[in-house]
Design a protein around this ligand. Structure first.
Ligand code: HEM
Length: 348
C-alpha cells in the first residue's frame, strides 16, 4: 500500500497486478508452503501442472529418462507402472500408500489380495526417487512420481499424453484392508465394478475408459481361470468366451496348476497402447471377466461405450486422458498434510 501511496504504482489496478504476480511467484517457488490457486479467502490446496516449475523443473525429464531405459529393457514395465498408480489411488487416495513396505507400524498394501505376487515396478520407482533426491532433495513426492510414471508409461507405449496436475504429498500410513476392499477383483460383476468406481467418485465412462489400460500388460491364470473351467459353478466355461480364444487360453492355463502362467490382456498388441482392447471385447476375446462384462453385463451404458471406443481410437485416447486426471485427483494429501518421503518405501 505504501508503494501505491508513494505513486510508484500509478493505479490500484497496477498495484493489484504486481501483488497478484508476487503471490504466484511465491506460491510456485515454495509449493511446500501450501499456497494453491485459492485467491481470496483461505488458500486452496488443489493440484496444478506447474507445481515443480521452480522447485524441480527437471522432475519430469528425470522420470522420463529412467522410464525410457526401463521400458526399453522390458516393455511390460509400462503396464506395471500404470497399474501401480491405479492401485495407489483406489486406496485412501493417490498418496503413495501402495509403496510402503511392512514395518512395525505399517501393514503393507503389497500383501493385499489384489497386490500380492502381482503388482510390480517398485525398483523403477526407487531409481526415479533416488535420482530426484539427488537433483532436488525432499521436493518431489512419491505419489507424484507414480502419477508421472503412469503418464510417461502410457506415452512411451504409444498412448495419449495429458497435462498432469501435481502437488500430491505422501501418506504416513497404509491400509491393507482398504486395498482388499476397494480394488475391484477380476471376477466382478458389472454392477460391482460400477459401485467400486463410484465409491472413488468415478462414473461409468471412467470405468470403461480406464479399463482400456488393459490394452497393455498381462494377467496370471489365477485371475481368469474360473472362466475356463467353472464360470457359474456348473463346471462349464464362460459362454461369452469366443471358442478359439478359449482353446488358446486352456493351453496356457491347465485345470490344475499353472496359476502363475501369464497371458496378455490384449493379445493382439500387448505392449502397444491402442484401442484393440475394445475390439477384442466385441469379438468375445476379453481376458478377464471384468473386461468382458463391460459389453455383456447389461447395466447402464457400458456396452455403448465399449463400441464407441472400439470404433474411434481418438475418442478413447481423449477420454482415457480425462479419466486418468480424474483418477489422479482422488483424495490427494496437499498443503501441510502428509510429507515428502525421502525413500518411497518408508515414512520419514
Ligand atoms: C475395472 C477394474 C479392474 C480390474 C478388475 C482389474 C484387474 C486386473 C487384474 C486381475 C490384472 C492381472 C493381475 C495379475 O495377474 O497379477 C490386471 C492387470 C493390469 N491392470 Fe487392471 N484391473 C482393473 C482396472 C484397471 C485400471 C483402471 C487400470 C489403469 C488405468 C489397470 C491397469 C492394468 C494393467 C496395465 C495391468 C497389467 C499389469 C502388468 O502387466 O504388470 N487396470 N488388472
Amino acid at each position: 500500500m505504501t508503494v501505491y501511496r508513494q505513486g510508484l504504482l500509478k493505479s490500484p489496478m497496477a498495484f493489484l497486478k504486481v501483488a497478484f504476480g508476487l503471490l504466484i511467484t511465491v506460491s510456485l517457488a515454495h509449493p511446500g508452503l501450501g499456497f494453491g490457486w485459492g485467491f481470496g479467502g483461505a488458500p486452496s490446496y488443489g493440484l496444478f501442472p506447474q507445481f515443480y516449475q521452480f522447485s524441480c523443473p527437471q522432475a519430469d525429464d528425470i522420470v522420463m529418462s529412467v522410464l525410457d531405459k526401463a521400458i526399453a529393457k522390458e516393455p511390460r514395465m509400462a503396464a506395471s507402472l500404470l497399474r501401480l498408480h491405479f492401485h495407489d489411488c483406489f486406496v485412501q487416495g493417490c498418496d503413495a500408500s501402495v509403496l510402503l513396505d511392512d514395518s512395525a507400524t505399517i501393514a503393507s498394501e503389497k500383501n493385499a489380495l489384489p497386490n500380492r505376487n502381482s503388482i510390480r515396478g517398485f525398483e523403477v520407482i526407487d531409481e526415479i526417487k533416488a535420482k530426484l533426491e539427488e537433483a532436488c532433495p525432499q521436493t518431489v513426492s512419491c505419489a507424484d512420481i507414480l502419477a508421472m510414471a503412469a503418464r510417461g508409461s502410457t506415452v512411451l507405449s504409444g498412448g495419449p499424453s495429458w497435462e498432469l496436475p501435481l502437488g500430491r504429498r505422501d501418506s504416513k500410513i497404509a491400509s491393507l484392508s482398504a486395498a482388499n476392499n476397494n480394488i475391484p477383483p477380476p471376477n466382478s460383476t458389472l454392477q460391482n465394478l460400477i459401485a467400486l468406481f463410484q465409491r472413488q467418485g468415478l462414473d461409468e465412462v471412467d470405468l470403461v475408459a480406464l479399463s482400456g489400460g488393459h490394452t497393455i500388460g498381462v494377467a496370471r491364470c489365477a485371475t481368469f481361470k474360473q472362466r475356463l473351467y467353472n464360470q457359474n459353478g456348473n463346471n462349464l466355461p464362460d459362454e461369452t468366451l469366443e471358442r478359439s480364444y478359449y482353446y488358446g487360453l486352456k493351453s496356457v492355463c491347465p485345470k490344475s496348476g499353472g496359476d502363475n502362467n501369464i497371458s496378455p490382456l490384449d493379445f493382439g498388441s500387448p505392449v502397444k497402447f491402442d484401442n484393440l482392447y475394445f475390439k477384442l471385447i466385441l469379438w468375445g476375446k476379453g481376458l478377464l471377466n471384468s473386461d468382458q462384462v463391460l459389453l455383456t453385463g447389461n447395466v447402464g451404458n457400458t456396452m455403448e461405450l465399449v463400441k464407441a471406443f472400439a470404433e474411434d481410437g481418438n475418442l478413447f485416447f481423449e477420454q482415457f486422458a480425462k479419466s486418468m486426471i480424474k483418477m489422479g485427483n482422488i483424495n490427494p494429501l496437499t498443503g501441510f498434510n502428509g510429507e515428502v518421503r525421502k525413500n518411497c518405501r518408508l515414512v520419514n
